[in-house]
Design a binder for this molecule. Structure first.
Ligand SMILES: [Zn+2]
Ligand SMILES: [Zn+2]
Length: 374
């Protein structure tokens, strides 16, 4: 709730911050304190890269729903922090010891890159078990305290310092900034869901929620040969938009083989479970805030041989799939139209007000220092 978050006043007196004015030195960042105090601008010293690290000049950051929930106080994160995790930028500096991208190529200055939100140790039991996003030493971009060497870890800033072990991917030439920007949250999470459930070829797919994840899922389901794709959303314009991403115009299935929830709505999930057929795969992705329990009849689960999947974040391979999917299909589906407005970083408050009022799929925030645009 607004006002209940602990306010860490240390930032304003910390040596991490060189000033909060409009000096040319350092890196400008929008620092979120709490729902009441909001966002204040600070300048941080430009970090020197150490072994395995990469300094990226941010080109754009799209505001994800979770950022907006944090800013409004509906979701609690540690603060002060630099929010924004759907980030794309250009490598400004990289350690002399080579840093490799997900394909094993050396990262160089000038590369246009994005990277996985989660940084994992790659060694603990969870990493070894294929859940690097649940690593016991997990670090996340856009969700960390703005302090210490890695203060610059969020997208609402001019630069971000990538830790060693970050799963970095070079963004293909021809894939526009604003299409690729949400890949490391929305698109990669959708890919994690599809990679978890296996083939959807010939399957009837029900999608709950036609925001960026649901729209992306419709497109993925279509490209993977789903027999029927139904998108459900309280906003009729979003249901219509889903048709441009591969969803069928009308609901003519009485039951479904795959039910994917991106809405987080308990009511929607309960209603959808009633139309899950024998052998259905039920995939829960959207409920990432506190929510009520759902009623699920265990006899139904057993007799219908349902499988239930919980998908939270993703592994690096899913990010690779996300970028490849967007590279191959961004001309087929209107992903470029989903970022409805761009704001300079200095007008972050305006961007947030716009996002709250208009509820677009995404808005983008770009530092004014970003001069090359793709
Ligand atoms: Zn996100
Ligand atoms: Zn680990």
């Amino acid at each position: 709730m607004p006002g209940e978050l602990a306010v860490d006043e240390s930032l304003s007196t910390s040596s991490d911050v060189i000033n909060s004015g409009d000096s040319d030195s350092g890196v400008l960042a929008a620092v979120f304190h709490d729902a009441r105090r909001g966002i204040e601008f600070c300048r941080f010293p430009r970090p020197e890269v150490q072994v395995g690290e990469t300094l990226v000049r941010i080109h754009c950051c799209t505001l994800c729903g979770s950022d907006l929930h944090t800013i409004s106080g509906r979701r609690t994160e540690r603060s002060p922090s630099i929010l924004g995790h759907e980030i794309l930028g250009v490598v400004e500096d990289v350690s002399d010891a080579p840093v490799l991208d997900l394909q094993g190529n050396a990262i160089r200055r000038g590369d246009r890159v994005t990277w996985a939100i989660c940084v994992s140790c790659r060694e603990c039991d969870r990493c070894q078990a294929g859940l690097p996003q649940k690593c016991r030493e997990l670090r996340k971009y856009g969700h960390a305290l703005a302090e210490g060497r890695f203060a610059l870890s969020g997208g609402l800033a001019e630069a971000v310092l990538l830790r060693s072990n970050t799963a970095i991917i070079k963004v293909p030439v021809g894939l526009p900034d604003l299409v690729a920007c949400p890949a490391n949250c929305a698109t990669a999470t959708v890919m994690a869901a599809f990679n978890a459930i296996g083939s959807v070829e010939g399957k009837r797919v029900l999608l709950l929620g036609a925001g960026l994840l649901g729209l992306t899922a419709a497109a993925v389901a279509q490209t993977r040969g789903a027999a029927a794709i139904t998108a459900s959303d309280p906003l009729t314009e979003r249901v219509r938009l889903a048709e441009k991403f591969g969803a069928d115009g009308k609901i003519d299935c009485s039951e479904f083989d795959v039910v994917m929830d991106f809405s987080g709505s308990v009511d929607a999930i309960e209603a959808a479970v009633k139309v899950a057929g024998v052998g259905a795969k039920i995939v829960l992705v959207g409920a990432v805030m506190k929510c009520d329990d759902i009623r699920l009849n265990p006899e139904q689960v057993i007799r219908k041989c349902w499988q239930i999947f919980g998908i939270h974040n993703y592994a690096p391979v899913d990010l690779m799939d996300a970028i490849c999917f967007l590279r191959d299909h961004h001309h087929t589906y209107p992903f470029a139209d989903l970022v409805s407005e761009e704001f300079p970083l200095q007008e972050i408050d305006k961007a947030i007000r716009y996002a709250d009022a208009k509820r677009p799929i995404r808005v983008a925030v770009r530092p004014e220092t970003c001069d090359e645009r793709n």
